[in-house]
Design a protein around this ligand. Structure first.
Ligand code: GLN
Length: 380
């Protein structure tokens, strides 16, 4: 394997799902719903295939989808953007992240990350040859240590890569934190890559898109996808919204990475983005119930559960159970208890910082959540 990928192993989500399957464990690890997305979107995909929408899409997105993304962005942020020049459709948000790094970061450029971070960030930054600086968010609140951030952002900094609502912690960046990031970026001419795939799962406060703050749109790449909002993680339809000068770099990378994204799924994505407001209200209500079941259960099992404001994840401290670290705990949990969780140490530059924390997902039907809790109550 090339040096730039040497330190990365099989992703922790894949590792844990494989181990879980081998032991017949209930999977509260990898964040995918164990229920399907809405029928009207699935029907739209089938219809698109039958209608012969099966050849290459336009490289940077089917025109109807670029427009649907622009209009959703307008609804969410109030900003009017040009679908032809400011939207790029990608193979999931993961490709949007990779295309943004490879298309806009030069070798040696300094990029700031918040730990714990989603695993693909560090790997794609490594592919781009970036120099990574990391700010750690600490429990219980995982608030941004603003003094540390201020000290870290300098004229050497090219970009900040952030994620709100935040995977794995469920933390949502507050207006005050976003304003602090914005003013540092403007002062030091830094761009922001913002992964907002959990924006519709904002339970305790309203999600704020950093691109909507004054002076930020022109220096922000906002990335999102269909997967979480519509329970279609396997469809891999994502997008990046950015001003033309940043979109150009993203499109150049995208053109030579995947060229274009699945044509019939893009047609179905248009139908998804036209969902009525009630779809989002119901989604949030369903997830609030699931979250309550999981959080209450984990507390009864004996974990310290940290507050999660958004996403479908919660992070707990496993140390009451006396295991050495998060990986040892998760292995025991799979093999002896029959439940999969995700150890968080791989989400830090310094794995020590994550060794007390594990993540559980609640994007599962209620029976699955209750059975997992039962198993933990009995065997932990
Ligand atoms: N985003 C999902 C999670 O955090 C996992 C995606 C993957 O398996 N790479 O669990």
């Amino acid at each position: 394997v090339a040096q730039r990928l040497e330190k990365f192993k099989t992703t922790i989500f894949t590792q844990m799902s494989i181990l879980g399957n081998k032991h017949g464990a209930i999977n509260l690890g990898q964040g995918f719903p164990n229920f399907d997305g809405p029928d009207f979107i699935k029907e739209a995909a089938i219809q698109a295939i039958k209608d012969g929408k099966n050849q290459y899409a336009r490289a940077f997105g089917a025109p109807e989808l670029n427009s649907a993304v622009a209009s959703r962005f307008h609804q969410d942020t109030g900003l009017v953007i040009d679908p032809e020049r400011e939207v790029t459709v990608t193979c999931g948000c993961t490709e949007a992240i990779a295309a943004a790094m490879l298309g806009l970061i030069n070798p040696g450029d300094e990029v700031i990350l918040f730990a714990p971070f989603y695993d693909s960030y560090e790997a794609t930054l490594s592919m781009a040859g970036a120099k990574v600086k990391c700010i750690t968010l600490r429990p219980p609140g995982f608030d941004i240590p603003l003094d540390e951030l201020k000290a870290a952002v300098t004229s050497e900094t090219r970009a900040i890569l952030m994620n709100t609502p935040h995977n794995p912690t469920g933390k949502m960046f507050t207006r005050e934190e976003l304003e602090a990031i914005a003013s540092l970026c403007i002062e030091n001419d830094v761009i922001v890559f913002s992964d907002e795939v959990y924006d519709k799962l904002d339970f305790e406060m309203d999600h704020i898109c950093i691109a909507s703050l004054p002076g930020m749109y022109e220096r922000t790449v906002t990335m999102n996808s269909l997967g979480k909002t519509f329970s279609l993680t396997g469809w891999k339809i994502g997008w990046a919204v950015a001003p033309p000068h940043l979109t150009w770099g993203i499109r150049q990378a995208h053109s030579y990475l995947t060229f274009a994204t699945s044509t019939p799924m893009q047609a179905a994505a248009v139908a998804a983005l036209e969902a009525p407001e009630s779809y989002y209200t119901e989604l949030k209500r369903d997830y609030s119930e699931k979250k309550e079941i999981l959080v209450k259960g984990l507390k009864e099992v004996g974990f310290e559960v940290f507050p999660s404001s958004g996403t479908y994840f919660v992070v707990v401290d496993h140390t009451p159970f006396g295991f050495g670290d998060d990986v040892a705990f998760c292995e025991y949990l799979i093999k002896e208890v029959g439940v999969v969780a995700i150890p968080t140490s791989v989400f830090y530059l310094n794995p020590e910082e994550g060794k007390n924390l594990v993540r559980f997902a609640f994007c599962k039907d209620e029976e699955t959540l209750r059975s997992a809790i039962e198993r933990m109550k009995l065997k932990l």
